[in-house]
Design a protein around this ligand. Structure first.
Ligand code: HEM
Length: 305
């Protein structure tokens, strides 16, 4: 039977309306909202969103080298990680300075932010894990010897957290500007070094060789430092802010460990036991890094409590 008027066959509630009319109505609604809300639409002489964020530079910095569709994921994942690392470093440096200046409230705020960024980066591995081994193999020849191992920001973060290692300066020798930054991070007391100096200022029995030393050298675990932390943890009410400091450090290292672990498992599912582009054994190297302990005594004290 033929339909004789223009509503025939349509839902009386208006669902399934003529698509052209529906689009026009939606357009009109969208335009009305923009007009009603007073959004600024002319940026001839004002700074816009893209101007403020320098999006022209940020969004034209992706240059795939292979013809493979999936390389964009690989690039964006690394670049966004580096941006988050930039913020982490900014917060970590300020947190170290705040602990040194006995401004613990500010330090806790920044340390909590670094932990949340790290958690965000832990979840980011889920996106990269959508890359299959064959997809990565299509990109691999174009990466040459470039690897996250050469991330100078990551090295500065590791150093600020106390994982000093002179060998990690070498990949930056060809870039004196970056080397200077990594060297500065290596020479500076870490967040943990400053935390121990704070414990000492509060009268806790931290050994003198933890208070002034060659900060470029890796921190060595000590039973005396564990005992100093134990004084705090056995009487939290009396040492509340130091107790909170211990827990913020634990949060930070916990999140860092998760990041290392997800890196390892993501790498293993993508390249198996092949060597890394940076020249290490790959998974075997990342497994060794998983054993890194940044703040050994804040973990060790728990066994003694
Ligand atoms: C398909 C993706 C990835 C693969 C196959 C991979 C593989 C590896 C391997 C094998 C290493 C050891 C060094 C080497 O020989 O290359 C490494 C180190 C590293 N990667 Fe990745 N990675 C991937 C993604 C990422 C992403 C997204 C980041 C974020 C920035 C990243 C950051 C790092 C860092 C910082 C190191 C140094 C770790 C350390 O020295 O403890 N990687 N990666």
């Amino acid at each position: 039977m033929s339909q004789t008027n223009d509503t025939a066959g349509r839902c009386p509630m208006g669902h399934g309306a003529d698509p052209a009319t529906a689009d026009a109505t939606e357009d009109a609604r969208g335009e009305r909202i923009v007009a009603e809300e007073g959004a600024q639409l002319d940026f001839e002489s004002d700074m816009s969103y893209g101007d403020y964020l320098h999006l022209d530079q940020v969004l034209t910095a992706q240059h795939p080298l292979s013809p493979d569709h999936n390389e964009m994921l690989f690039i964006v994942q690394h670049q966004t990680s580096e941006l988050w690392m930039k913020l982490m470093l900014h917060e970590l440096r300020a947190a170290v300075a705040s602990v040194a200046a006995d401004e613990l409230g500010a330090a806790f705020k920044m340390m909590a932010r670094v932990s949340r960024i790290m958690e965000q980066l832990v979840h980011a591995w889920d996106v990269l894990a959508t890359m299959t081994p064959s997809e990565y193999s299509a990109i691999r020849p174009y990466l040459a010897a470039s690897s996250g191992f050469q991330s100078w920001q990551y090295r500065c973060i590791e150093f600020a957290m106390g994982n000093k290692n002179a060998a990690m300066l070498k990949p930056h020798a060809h870039r004196p500007d970056l080397l200077a930054q990594v060297e500065a991070a290596s020479r500076a007391p870490s967040l943990y070094d400053e935390s121990l100096r704070l414990l000492a200022r509060r009268g806790l029995p931290v050994p003198a060789d933890c208070l002034e030393r060659d900060w470029t050298q890796p921190y060595v675990e000590s039973a005396a430092v564990r005992d100093a932390w134990l004084v705090v943890y056995r009487d939290p009410k009396r040492h509340w802010d130091l107790y909170q400091l211990g827990e913020e450090l634990t949060d930070l290292e916990d999140a860092f460990r998760l990041w290392r672990f997800r890196h390892l498992t993501t790498v293993q599912r993508i390249i198996g036991f092949k060597r890394g582009t940076g020249g290490t054994g790959g998974v075997s190297y990342l497994r060794k890094m998983l054993d890194t302990v940044l703040f050994p005594e804040v973990w060790a004290l728990r066994t003694e409590l």
